[in-house]
Design a protein around this ligand. Structure first.
Ligand code: GUN
Length: 290
């Protein structure tokens, strides 16, 4: 293997230790304990795992964590009423409604109800719009984590061509907006299922970010020698193991640096959720972000 492995687990540990220190100081100096509410509707096994990880990480950082589990047949009105209660609850600084919701629930009106000052998941269209106009409030957790990983790996995004594959509201769209902010200054191509000759587009990239959710999407032939490859995919292989969108073994022979799955982007998504919750707790009380 030639590529350097970008260790998201190690970076997450480092950043979480700093967040825990900041939380301890906030408590000691201002009597404030940041609080995160995570809402899980239904019994999707992957979502249960993710929400459980977020809950444990929140408590480990010294924050207050409230996990709300609602049955599969929860009505749209009941879910929206719960968000209203959490908006009004002063112990809660951040609200997260885990996706996907069961089929008969519409996520968009729920996300629109989340108070922007508590929108640590950054999925309210207001929050997404603030990023799109270059004046962000909270950064979407996975894109924020990708940016931190690139920084840790010493990859300069200024003037670099970044190809983001996948145009989801959770990752691709906010990441392309984040990368083009002043200071990050990347030249971004947002590729998707209708992109012509995806292989050639990817081969022109200094950085490829795969965020589609398809095993084996990015092959070695699609990566320019020395390029950086960030794998956001979280798929279950036939053996039940977690695998990304990138053909890791082959691509690692070509790339200059690469994130593994697991142990790459995933731990950083949770970490940036904690960072946003800490910032929300400070901002809601008139304190500077940090
Ligand atoms: N499902 C998968 N990732 C996420 C995330 O970052 N936030 C929410 N709300 N749901 C998700």
């Amino acid at each position: 293997m030639t590529a350097r492995i970008i260790d998201g687990k190690a970076l997450a540990q480092k950043v979480r230790a700093r967040i825990a220190d900041d939380v301890a100081r906030l408590k000691a100096e201002h009597g404030i304990q940041p609080g995160l509410a995570a809402v899980l509707v239904g019994d999707d096994p992957a979502s249960q795992v993710y929400v459980g990880m977020k809950h444990r990480a929140t408590e480990a950082a010294g924050m207050y964590s409230r996990q709300l589990e609602l049955p599969d047949d929860t009505s749209q009105a009941d879910l929206e009423a719960l968000v209203g209660e959490l908006n009004a609850d002063d112990a809660i600084d951040g609200i997260l409604v885990q996706l996907p919701l069961p089929d008969d629930l519409d996520p968009q009106p729920v996300q629109e109800l989340i108070d922007p000052s508590k929108d640590v998941d950054a999925l309210n269209p207001y929050t997404a719009g603030r990023l799109a106009v270059g004046d962000p409030t909270f950064l979407s957790c996975t894109p924020y984590g990708v940016l931190e990983l690139l920084g840790e790996a010493g990859v300069d995004t200024v003037g670099a061509h970044v190809v983001v594959v996948g145009r989801s509201n959770l990752v691709g769209r906010p990441l392309s907006n984040l990368l083009t902010l002043k200071g990050n200054d990347a030249t971004v191509t947002l590729a998707h299922s209708r992109t012509k000759d995806l292989a050639a587009v990817c081969r022109s990239a200094d950085v490829v970010v795969a965020a589609v959710g398809r095993i084996g999407l990015i092959t070695a032939e699609m990566v320019r020698p020395g390029a950086t490859v960030i794998d956001v995919g979280t798929n279950r292989g036939d053996d039940g193991k977690l695998v990304g969108d990138v053909d890791f073994d082959a691509v690692a022979e070509v790339a200059g640096a690469i994130t593994p799955v697991p142990g790459g982007v995933g731990p950083m998504t949770v970490t940036m959720l904690l960072q946003n919750t800490l910032e929300a707790a400070r901002l809601r009380r008139g304190l500077p972000r940090r």
